[in-house]
Structure formats: C-alpha cells, structure tokens
Design a protein around this ligand. Sequence first.
Ligand code: PMP
Length: 407
Amino acid sequence: LSRFSKLQPVRASGPFALDATFRADPDSKKVNLLIGAYRDGEGNPWQLTSVANAKKTLKIETCNHEYLPLVGSIELLEAARELVFGDELLQQANNSIASIQTISGTGANSVIAQFAQTHLHPANIWLPDPTWENHYSIWDQNAPNVTQRRYPYYNDCDRSFDFQGMMRVLQEDAQENDAILLHACAHNPTGLDPTREQWQEIAILCNEKKLFVIFDSAYQGFASGDLDRDAWAMRHFFRYPNIEFAVCQSFSKNLGLYGERVGALHVATSRTCSPPAGQCVQGHLIDIQRSMCSMAPLFGARVATAVLLQPDLREMWKTDLEVMSGRIKAMRKALYDELVILRTRGTWEHIVEQTGMFSYTGLREHQVAELQDVYHVYLLPSGRISLCGLTAANVKYVARAIHSVVA
Ligand code: PMP
C-alpha cells in the first residue's frame, strides 16, 4: 500500500486529453481544431520573423544566465506597460501602476488571484460563462476563500454576446469590492467581444459598484492585427481614475513564445490616491510570486524585449501580427464560404463575425463526437474550434464533415 493509493486519478484537462487522442489517431485525413496555438498555412508551428531576427541580435552563445531581479526584466516591464496603456496614458500614471514579470498569462492570473484573496478580500470573483476553463482551477487553487460566481456571457439561441444578461446579473448581484474577470479582447472560447459602447457601460457599472477588475489579455494584437485597437477596453477603463484593475498580459500568442512563458502582471491602482499605491502593491506581488517560482524566466524576456524595443524588429512584429490575424480571418471566411456553397443547414455568419483564435460554432456535443469518430476532425465538446487548425488543404474537407453532421 502506498500513501498515494487513496488519490483519485485526475482526468486530463479537455483540450490536452483530446490532443493526445488526436496524436494517436492514425487516419491521414485527421484535422486538429483543438489547441490554441498558431499554425501556418501548411499547418506547422510558426516562428515569427521578428522573433527569429531578435534571436540573432542576442548573441546567445555569450549570454550569461544570471537570475533576473525578483520583479523580472525591467526593460521588458516598461515595454509591456507601454503596450497595454499606451504612451499618452502612462504620462498620467505617476507611480500608480505596479508591474511584475510573470510565468506568462497563467502565472499572472495565479498571482492576482492569490493577491486578491490575501489583500483585497472580495466576497466573489465573477467569471464569464463560459470562459477559458483554467480560470476556474486557477481561482480554486489560489483563492479558495473567494466564491466563484458566473455572469452570463453567451446567448446560445442566436450565438451572440449576452450583454443584457451580463449587466442584469452584475447590477443585481455584484457587491462592492467583488472581483470581476474580463477578457480584454478575443474572448476565449466564444470569439465574442463587447462593442465599444458596451465596454463604456461595463466600465460605468464597475466604477459605480467599486469592483476590482481583472483583465485577461492573452490576444493583444493577435485579434485584430492592431495592438492599439485590441487595448482599447483596458485604456478606456484607465480613464476612470478610480477604477482599480489588473492586467494579466501574455506574450504566448502575439509573439508566438508559447513555451518560453513570457508575460506580465500590472495593477493599476487609483490615479487620485496620494501617495500612489503602485510601489507598495508591487512589493506584495513580488512577495507572492517569490514563493511560487521566485522570478519569471530569462530567455523569453530577452527575445520579447528585443522585439518590443528595437524599432526595426517592432516593425517586423507588426507585419507578423497582420500575417497571423490575416490568415485566421481568411480561414474564417474560407470555412464560411464552403458551408454556404454546400448550403449547410443553419446560419454560419457568426464564424466570420467572431474574433480571435477561436470560433464557437454552435455545433452540439453529439455532432462534435461524430466529427471526431467518423471524420477524424477534432474540436472541443463545447463546439469551439481553433481557426489555426484550418488550412487551404483541409478547409473543404472540414466543411463537408460539418455539413454531414448537421444534415
Ligand atoms: N487567458 C486566456 C483567455 C487564454 O486563452 C490563455 C491561453 N490559452 C491564457 C490566459 C494563458 O496562456 P499563457 O499562460 O500561455 O500565457
């Protein structure tokens, strides 16, 4: 008998377990629409041109491997802040913003959950329904004393963003000092974002209710191809001097640095408080992260800093973002066009209207199962597809498979 015998086996998390099934599937027609990582037109992982060139400038053979400071790379943090808030708003920040480098977006989400539980004591964390499935575990593990609540986000009948539902529930049930998680852009998994007018109303509500806002920003620049456009909501909230909010910033997707784990956590504290709380909060963020992992990794920070700060690389990066977001939009259109040509039952405009890496297709669980079993096309049971898995070579096949399962 082992002390571990009583442990219940853990079910592997959805997308990762399905990905293993996909890998083991010997069928040559198989298509992977599961995983949230960019693929090029041939279906292969893609190193951004800006990243490849950044690595050449690093002279990596002669770099040492010292620890970063606990806060992370100072240069990276400055550039990362500028990306979120923009130069103009940063002028008004006056030490009100705390920032630390994190183990990508997941690390930032984990640190802010612990920080919120320990120092802010919200009664509830409001998560969108649905959301990235890891949000539930991150809050479970890091902030078990904060009650998880869900606000409506998705209207199943017309596959739209449920703005009314969200506002009603928050208006009625959110309490002062509750925390709320908002996806900064390219909502995962629905691909549906609030309009600017809706963001304005959400900001008013958060301000009135004195909510602590947490923006999860995993797709800046990747959604629209434009870094400023994708930062609009966060910058809008910053204009309310008393909305205090965190930004969990990931460079996994927009720099294609998935495995290098590059990210940052920023906390914008009140812009009217004197003295500003930024530095004090930063100390606490460092303190929490110290026990988790001491500090974030160095290599990815070096690469990201070079791309963000060297003007020629930054220009290349803008083109890279347009290449990635452009290919995804083209694949949305290609899938939509094929379904229209086939006269597939139902309406499919939502595929082109949604934004970011994913589409919530509206396919039902039994249809998803049939796609996998009969056609070897893999997607999540929720009907979420990653557009990155589509290529010119497989989109017709995928459309025909969808056509057959909804017929
Ligand atoms: N938030 C959201 C909404 C995501 O989709 C992801 C990646 N799937 C992340 C955070 C975190 O990714 P990473 O830890 O690689 O930055």
